[in-house]
Design a protein around this ligand. Structure first.
Ligand SMILES: Cc1cc2nc3c(=O)[nH]c(=O)nc-3n(C[C@H](O)[C@H](O)[C@H](O)COP(=O)(O)OP(=O)(O)OC[C@H]3O[C@@H](n4cnc5c(N)ncnc54)[C@H](O)[C@@H]3O)c2cc1C
Ligand SMILES: *[C@@H]1O[C@H](CO)[C@@H](O)[C@H](O)[C@H]1NC(C)=O
Ligand SMILES: *[C@@H]1O[C@H](CO)[C@@H](O)[C@H](O)[C@H]1NC(C)=O
Ligand SMILES: *[C@@H]1O[C@H](CO)[C@@H](O)[C@H](O)[C@H]1NC(C)=O
Length: 752
C-alpha cells in the first residue's frame, strides 16, 4: 500500500520534473491556463487586450509557467511573435523575459483548474501564479489536440488533390503509352495492303498490347460496366451508372472521404475547451467535414466545365469527368450538411433557441447556412429525371445556385482572414477560364458570330433534322469525332441553351471542287451527283435530307453537317423551326467548337462501329480519314448500323457511295422498323452493304469481327442508344475473355 502511494507520488512528480513539454502547445497551454485571470497591476479602465500585454504580474506568471513546464526550443520566437502582436495592436510591449530572473518556483501560488477555467467569475490576483501540474497537463493536452486537429483537417483536405492527381497521372500515363505505341506501330509496320496480309503479319510491337496482364486489366477493370451486371449507359431508376473503372475511381474517392472524415480524432475527458468527449467529437467532425467539403469545391468546378484541361491531358471524355463532377459534388454536399448539422447541434446544446437566434445574425453563420442549403438544392435539381424532363430548370438553377454557393461560401470563410480563399478563387478562375474559352471557340468558329446562319431541314420520313453551317471562316479545323455545341437564336428565352452534336461530315458545297485530289491527306468527302432515279416518290427518295441546291453558285464552299434526332426539348424546337417554310429554313445560331478527342482509330487494323440512329455521325466523321489517310492502318472497317427509318440510311449510303465502295468497308444495316416500299436495290453498286430487318445481334457481330481480325487489334466503337452501348461493352468483355486480347472498346455515347 505504501509502496503504491509512493510510486504514484513518485511517478507524478517525476513527470512534472523531468518530462518538459516542447513547442507551441506548451507555450499556448500556459497562456491559455492564465487566460481568464484578472491581475490587479493594470488599470481596469484600459482595454482587455492592453491590460493583457501590459501586466507584469501576468507576464511573470506566464514566463514562470513556461520556464517550469516547457523546453527552451522555439521560446524566443514565440515570445517575439506575441510581443509584435501586442505592439501592433495595442502599442504596448510585453515585459522582458528576465522579469522572472531569480524567482523562486516553490513560493509561487499554484492555480487549480477550477480557479483558472474560463466561464465562472474571474478571480482577482495581486501576485504571480502558475497552473499546477494537473491543470497544466489538461491545458497542454487540449492545445496539443486542437493544433493536431487543425493540421490534420488541412492534410486530409489536401489529400483530395493527391487522390485526383494520382488518378489523372494514371490517365496521362496511359494516354502517353498508347500514343507512343501508336507512333511505334506506324513506324515499324508498313500499311498492309490486303486482308490476308493483316492476319498473317503479326507485329512484334503489338505483343505488349495483347499481353496477358493488359488483357486481364481490360477484361476485369477497364471495359466492364459496373461491378454487378452490365448496365452502364442505361439508366437505372433515377441515376446513371458509370462504367467499372470510373465506378472504382468514384468508389475509392467516396471511401477515402468517409475514412478521412472518421479517423484521427484526438479526444479525451477533461479537455479544457470541451470537457465532454461527445462535444469534442462534434466539433472536430464538423470542422473536418467543413474543410474537406470546401477543398472539394474547386474539383467540382474543374470536372464540370467543358473546357477542362484534364480532358485534353488524359483523353477521357466529358462524360467521364461529368461522372466525377457529380460524385465530388454529392460528397461535398453531404460533408457540408454534416458540418452544418454538427454546428447546429453544438449551438443547440450550449444555449438552445436563444443562442441560435444570436448566431443567426452573424454574417458568416447565415452565409454558411445559405451555402449548405443551396448546395442541397443544386443536388436536388440535378437528379437525372428532372435533368431530362426539364432541362431548362436544371440548367438555370445549376448556374445561378452555383454562383450563390461560391459567394456565400466566400463570406462564410471570410472570418478566417483569407486562409480558405485558396479554395474559392480557383473555382472562380476555372469558371471564368471556361466561359472565356467558350467565347473564344465561338469566335474562332466565326469571328462575325452574330452572322452565323445555318440552314436547317427536317425530314419527317426519317425524323431527322439536318443542320448545315458554313465553316470556311472557321479558324479551328474539324477533326474526326469532333462535336460542337449549338445555340439557336430563334427565341432569346432559350439563347443560353446549347446542346452538343457530333459533326457528321463536311460537305463541300460546289460541285466544281470535287476533283479528287489524290495527293491530299486531309479529310475530304467527295460528292458525286446523285444517281438519277425514275420513280420519284418512293420512300427511298429522301431529298429533304440533301442540301438544297448544292450546285448553285452562291453556296459557301464548305459547311459542317449535323444529323440531329429530335427529342422533346431543344431538339424538338429545332425540328419545328426546320419544318418551317421556306425550306431550308435559315436560323441564327452560335456554334461553339470543336470539342472532343479523336479516338486513335488509325492505329487499328480492324475497326468495328456499332451504331444506332444518328450515331452514324461518328463513323461518318472518321470514314474519310480512316480510308484516305496515309497513316491509317485500317484493313477492315465494319459498320453495324441499327436504324429505324429506311430513308435515313438510303440517304447516307448514297451520299457516301464513294467511300463505302472501298473494298475494306462493310456495312450491315439493320432496319428496325418495317416500312412500306422498302427496296433494297437502292444500294446497288455497293457490294459491302447488307440490309436486313430486325435488331442487330451485337454479340455475334463483335465475335465475328474479332475472329476475322484473327487476334489482331480491333477497335470496337459504340455510338448509339444506351442499351446498345451496354451490349457492346459486354460483348467486348466477353471477347477479351475468350482470348481476343486485341479488342479495345470505345464509347462515343450521346449522353451528357
Ligand atoms: C458529345 C455528344 C454528341 C452528340 N451528338 C449528337 C448527334 O450527332 N446527333 C444527335 O441527334 N444527338 C447528338 N447528341 C445528343 C444530343 O445532344 C441530345 O439528344 C440533345 O441535347 C437533346 O436535347 P433535348 O433538349 O431535345 O433533350 P430532351 O428532349 O430533354 O431529352 C432527350 C434525350 O436527350 C438526353 N438528354 C438531354 N439533355 C440531357 C442532359 N442534360 N443530361 C443527360 N441526358 C440528356 C436524354 O437522355 C433524353 O433521352 C450528342 C450528345 C453528346 C453528349
Ligand atoms: C518586447 O519588446 C520590447 C521592446 O522591443 C523589449 O524591451 C522586451 O524585452 C520584449 N519582450 C519580450 C518578452 O521579448
Ligand atoms: C494588488 O493586490 C495585492 C495583494 O492582494 C496588494 O498588495 C496590492 O496593493 C494590490 N495592488 C493594486 C495596484 O491594487
Ligand atoms: C408523290 O408525292 C406527292 C406528295 O407527297 C403525291 O401527291 C403524289 O401523288 C406522289 N406521286 C406519285 C407518283 O406517287
Amino acid at each position: 500500500m505504501r509502496i503504491c502511494i509512493f510510486l504514484i507520488l513518485f511517478a507524478g512528480s517525476s513527470w512534472s520534473v523531468f518530462a518538459l513539454e516542447s513547442g507551441r502547445s506548451c507555450f499556448e497551454g500556459c497562456l491559455y491556463a492564465l487566460n481568464c485571470l484578472d491581475f490587479n497591476d493594470t488599470n481596469p479602465a484600459l482595454s482587455r487586450q492592453t491590460r493583457t500585454c501590459q501586466s507584469v504580474l501576468r507576464a511573470t506568471s506566464l514566463y514562470l509557467c513556461v520556464e517550469k513546464y516547457c523546453t527552451d526550443e522555439g521560446r524566443a520566437n514565440w515570445l517575439n511573435k506575441n510581443n509584435a502582436t501586442c505592439q501592433t495592436s495595442t502599442g504596448v510591449s510585453l515585459p522582458p523575459y528576465d522579469v522572472i530572473a531569480g524567482h523562486d518556483f516553490d513560493g509561487v501560488r499554484r492555480l487549480k483548474a477550477e480557479e483558472g477555467m474560463c466561464g465562472s467569475a474571474p478571480i482577482h490576483l495581486g501576485e504571480p501564479t502558475i497552473p499546477d501540474d494537473l491543470f497544466f497537463e489538461r491545458a497542454f493536452r487540449t492545445l496539443e489536440a486542437a493544433f493536431f486537429e487543425d493540421d490534420i483537417h488541412w492534410t486530409y483536405a489536401i489529400a483530395m488533390y493527391y487522390f485526383w492527381g494520382t488518378v489523372v497521372s494514371i490517365g496521362i500515363f496511359m494516354r502517353l503509352t498508347s500514343l507512343l505505341r501508336g507512333l511505334q506501330t506506324q513506324e515499324w509496320q508498313p500499311i498492309p495492303d490486303n486482308e490476308s496480309d493483316s492476319s498473317s503479319q503479326e507485329n512484334p510491337n503489338d505483343s505488349s498490347i495483347r499481353s496477358l496482364p493488359y488483357a486481364l486489366l481490360k477484361r476485369y477493370i477497364v471495359i466492364p460496366a459496373v461491378t454487378f451486371g452490365y448496365r452502364c449507359s442505361q439508366n437505372i431508376r433515377w441515376c446513371t451508372i458509370p462504367p467499372r473503372i470510373q465506378s472504382l475511381t468514384i468508389a475509392s474517392f467516396v471511401l477515402l472521404n468517409i475514412v478521412l472524415c472518421c479517423i484521427s480524432y484526438s479526444v479525451f475527458e477533461n479537455n479544457i475547451f470541451w470537457p465532454k468527449v461527445s462535444k469534442q467529437l462534434f466539433r472536430y467532425v464538423s470542422d473536418r467535414t467543413g474543410i474537406i467539403s470546401l477543398a472539394n469545391i474547386p474539383l467540382i468546378w474543374l470536372f464540370g466545365t467543358r473546357n477542362n484541361t484534364l480532358i485534353w491531358l488524359t483523353g477521357w471524355g466529358f462524360g467521364t469527368y461529368n461522372n466525377f463532377h457529380r460524385c465530388v459534388a454529392r460528397v461535398a454536399t453531404v460533408q457540408a450538411v454534416v458540418h452544418s448539422l454538427g454546428y447546429m447541434q453544438m449551438i443547440w446544446e450550449d444555449g438552445g433557441w436563444r443562442l441560435y437566434e444570436k448566431y443567426r445574425h452573424e454574417k458568416y453563420f447565415f452565409n454558411g447556412k445559405l451555402a449548405t442549403i443551396f448546395m442541397c438544392a443544386i443536388c436536388a435539381f440535378s437528379v437525372y429525371g428532372l435533368r431530362r424532363s426539364h432541362y431548362e430548370i436544371f440548367l438555370v438553377t445549376h448556374i445561378v445556385f452555383s454562383a450563390i454557393v461560391l459567394i456565400t461560401m466566400y463570406y462564410h470563410v471570410e472570418i478566417f482572414r483569407g486562409e480558405y480563399n485558396v479554395f474559392i478563387w480557383p473555382s472562380v478562375f476555372i469558371w471564368l477560364f471556361d466561359r472565356g474559352l467558350r467565347i473564344f471557340r465561338i469566335l474562332a468558329f466565326n469571328p462575325r458570330f452574330w452572322n452565323t446562319k445555318c440552314s436547317t431541314t427536317y425530314d419527317a420520313k426519317s425524323n431527322l433534322v439536318r443542320l448545315e453551317v458554313p465553316c470556311s471562316q472557321s479558324f479551328l479545323k474539324p477533326k474526326p469525332g469532333a462535336y460542337y455545341y449549338v445555340y439557336a437564336f430563334d427565341n432569346l428565352l432559350y439563347a443560353h441553351q446549347s446542346h452538343p452534336f457530333t459533326l457528321a461530315y463536311v460537305s463541300e458545297g460546289k460541285e466544281s471542287d470535287t476533283h479528287p485530289d489524290l495527293s491530299s491527306t486531309t479529310p475530304r468527302h467527295p460528292r458525286r451527283p446523285r444517281p438519277h432515279r425514275a420513280s420519284s416518290n418512293s420512300s427511298l427518295e429522301s431529298d429533304a435530307l440533301l442540301p438544297h441546291s448544292p450546285i448553285s453558285s452562291h453556296t459557301p464552299s464548305s459547311s459542317l453537317v449535323f444529323l440531329i434526332r429530335p427529342y422533346n426539348g431543344f431538339t424538338s424546337r429545332l425540328a419545328r423551326l426546320a419544318a418551317l417554310k421556306p425550306t431550308p429554313h435559315t436560323l441564327h445560331a452560335l456554334i461553339e467548337g470543336p470539342y472532343g478527342n479523336a479516338i486513335p482509330l488509325r492505329t487499328f487494323p480492324s475497326v468495328l462501329f456499332l451504331v444506332g440512329g444518328t450515331g452514324i455521325a461518328v463513323p461518318l466523321s472518321y470514314l474519310s480519314n480512316l480510308l484516305t489517310s496515309s497513316q491509317s492502318r485500317v484493313v477492315r472497317l465494319r459498320i453495324v448500323w441499327a436504324v429505324r427509318e429506311h430513308s435515313l440510311f438510303v440517304d447516307v449510303l448514297n451520299r457516301f457511295r464513294d467511300l463505302l465502295a472501298d473494298e475494306r468497308v462493310e456495312v450491315d444495316v439493320h432496319v428496325t422498323r418495317d416500312e412500306e416500299g422498302k427496296d433494297d436495290d437502292m444500294v446497288e453498286g455497293l457490294d459491302g452493304v447488307d440490309v436486313v430487318t430486325g435488331r442487330p445481334d451485337i454479340d455475334a457481330h463483335v465475335d465475328e469481327t474479332a475472329r476475322l481480325a484473327s487476334g489482331g487489334r480491333l477497335a470496337v466503337v459504340a455510338c448509339g442508344p444506351a442499351s446498345m452501348a451496354d451490349e457492346a461493352r459486354r460483348a467486348c468483355v466477353r471477347a477479351v475473355g475468350d482470348g481476343y486480347r486485341g479488342v479495345e472498346y470505345f464509347e462515343e455515347s450521346f449522353k451528357w
